[in-house]
Design a binder for this molecule. Structure first.
Ligand code: GUN
Length: 161
């Protein structure tokens, strides 16, 4: 399959972070849960695709924990800026011997950017707990993130919208 066939087969749309997505599940069969910012589904999930024409998921932060799992295509590199000031780099992909991971969780409150560094596409899933809501998601502004993480100015600038 090529990227266009994946986008069409899965019914994906452009995401404001970059890449393409479609929500695949929201736990509407259960009671909503209370969070500090309001009621949310207990969890939601999406497909998320980066392609060679939209290869970057730009810096953003979610209050919820997000489980990521690799499905198809090329690996995706993740840059995670933790509240402690640490920058963590991880690769979601199939080559376990090269240190790539098939799944990981990005905890709520961690800034995340991602990049497809090779190939035509990389397809993953994300499960968001408590469920995704735009009120829990912030897209970074360059000045805000540089102020918080001046030691990573280059990487901050590279993946800001
Ligand atoms: N990122 C993770 N989950 C979602 C979702 O359900 N919708 C949107 N727009 N972005 C997400």
């Amino acid at each position: 399959m090529n990227k266009q066939q994946i986008i069409e087969s899965l019914g994906l749309e452009a995401h404001i972070e970059g890449g393409y997505f479609r929500r695949t599940f929201e736990a509407s069969h259960r009671e909503r849960i209370q969070t500090a910012r309001g009621e949310r589904f207990s969890f939601t999930s999406i497909y998320y695709l980066l392609t060679d024409d939209s290869p970057i998921g730009h810096w953003h932060l979610n209050q919820s924990d997000i489980f990521h799992a690799y499905h198809l295509g090329n690996p995706i590199t993740y840059y995670l800026l933790h509240p402690s000031g640490e920058l963590e780099v991880k690769v979601l992909g199939p080559d376990l011997q090269a240190g790539q991971e098939l799944q990981f969780v990005v905890p709520g409150g961690v800034w995340k950017a991602s990049e497809l560094t090779q190939g035509q596409y990389g397809l993953i899933s994300e499960a968001v707990v408590p469920g995704f809501d735009f009120a829990d998601m912030q897209l970074a502004t360059e000045s805000q993130l540089i102020e918080e993480y001046p030691q990573y100015i280059d990487i901050v600038k590279r993946y800001c919208r």
